[in-house]
Design a protein around this ligand. Structure first.
Ligand code: NIG
Ligand code: FE
Length: 426
């Protein structure tokens, strides 16, 4: 069975080409997309839909009401029952609305127990965010069974899908013992291929007086237990967590075990995180809230993506990172949720887009690109984050005429339907 999404008012492809607008968004107006075997087969203007598809037997599916007023017209031009032996085509009428690539959320911490609502309330009453809060989630995570953690994780995956996210990374980092980190990467691997080993999240309480001995454990037995289940290694390079030297040890050991490098850096103050990430050719350095001119120059000439996490500054009342400065310098910027119970308990990429546009100097087009193609770049993926022939058929139909509405209508659930590998998941 193939799926033809017809009557798309605005199709964001992230593939600029002659005749398309929206700069890097590569927008096609009055478009149609054909999905076959979980991949995008073709993208074109509706009027140019290949005759072969028009001749195939099909059934038409309407997609429900259209809040912005475009008529939900059924497209009769695809109707024909003349051709026998052609596989059936399901025609989905987008009703003139916008379709974008599924979001690629390249930074989450979704395997954990408990929550930290009290800590959030205290922060909103004036207390500062500190890395040490991670330890309370470590205690709750260690106390939870695999079934409890897995059920919680499945719930978050449902949230992600419902909000248009079709690719997501998940980090460990709330276990911080060999056995607990190993079960977190294993559980993460049940829901995504993008698993990150973050044994170097914070020094656990039992090693408080011997942080280097904890790093020995991370680069030794813990890495050996976790590397087979992970694609990436990460470290939290920050005051209150790990020094640049400790972070370097962890990242180099992870790379030697075959893992790609990503890094939490420059979240709570200026430091050496960005420099280290660029030097080690990390795929991404995440947070980038406090950057020097030298950090920006280093990023601009590197292949390292700067991943910004607006939910963190929202929920910790820190200043937002200056996305405008990074973009103007030519840095590749991604947006991600950083969904975790401490610094950013949102799973919503539309929320991150709205904040990035309102408070970080991004245009709606830049924020949508950063949440799709930017996330794919941060994960070094070429099969997701764009709607082009051969790409994985991951798409989100918006209940809106344009991608701009994701920022223009904050807090409104605009994701109407989501396809992942050609299957409807929400
Ligand atoms: O990305 N910065 C480090 N780790 C998480 C926060 C984790 C927590 O507070 O539990 C982050 O913000
Ligand atoms: Fe994080």
């Amino acid at each position: 069975m193939s799926t033809l999404i017809a009557n798309i008012g605005e199709l964001v492809t992230n593939e600029p080409a002659p005749g398309r607008d929206g700069g890097p968004l590569g927008i096609v107006r009055d478009a149609a997309v054909l999905i076959e075997h979980g991949r995008v087969a073709w993208v074109c203007r509706a009027a140019d839909a290949p005759a072969a598809t028009a001749a195939a037997p099909h059934r038409t599916v309407a997609t429900g009401g259209s809040a912005h007023g475009a008529p939900a017209v059924r497209d009769g031009s695809m109707n024909s029952d003349a051709t026998r032996g052609t596989s059936e085509v399901e025609v989905v009428d987008a009703g003139g609305r916008a379709v974008i690539p599924g979001f690629v959320d390249s930074h989450t911490h979704l395997v954990f127990g408990g929550d930290r609502a009290d800590e959030f309330s205290a922060r909103m009453a004036g207390r500062r965010y500190e890395a040490g809060g991670i330890r309370s989630t470590v205690a709750a995570t260690r106390a939870a069974s695999d079934d409890e953690l897995g059920a919680r994780l499945a719930g978050f995956v449902g949230e992600l899908h419902a909000q248009g996210t079709t690719t997501f990374e998940v980090k460990s980092g709330y276990g911080l013992s060999v056995a607990d980190e190993a079960r977190l990467v294993r559980l993460a691997g049940e829901v995504t291929d993008e698993v990150t080993f973050l044994g170097a999240h914070v020094v656990p309480a039992e090693y408080a007086d011997a942080p280097d001995a904890y790093v020995d454990l991370v680069v030794g037995e813990m890495l050996t237990a976790c590397a087979p289940h992970a694609r990436w290694v990460d470290a939290f390079c920050e005051r209150g967590a790990f020094t640049p030297e400790q972070s370097r040890r962890v990242l180099e050991a992870g790379a030697a075990a075959g893992l790609g490098i990503r890094l939490h850096g420059n979240q709570l103050g200026e430091g050496d995180g960005v420099r280290l990430a660029v030097e080690l050719s990390a795929a991404s350095v995440d947070h980038c809230t406090y950057l020097s001119a030298a950090d920006i120059a280093a990023l601009a000439t590197s292949a390292t993506v700067a991943t910004l996490l607006p939910g963190v500054e929202f929920s910790t009342r820190q200043p937002y990172p200056d996305a405008r400065r990074l973009l103007d310098a030519g840095v590749t910027v991604a947006l991600a949720s950083d969904c975790n119970p401490g610094s950013s308990f949102t799973s919503s990429m539309p929320f991150c887009i709205a904040v990035a546009v309102r408070d970080m100097g991004m245009t709606p087009a830049e924020a949508v690109w950063a949440s799709t193609a930017g996330g794919a770049a941060a994960l070094r993926r070429t099969d997701v984050g764009a709607i082009r022939p051969g790409a994985r058929a991951d798409l989100a139909l918006l209940d809106a005429p344009s991608h701009v509405h994701l920022a223009y209508r904050p807090g409104v659930p605009l994701v109407a339907r989501v396809w992942k590998e050609g299957e409807v998941i929400a």
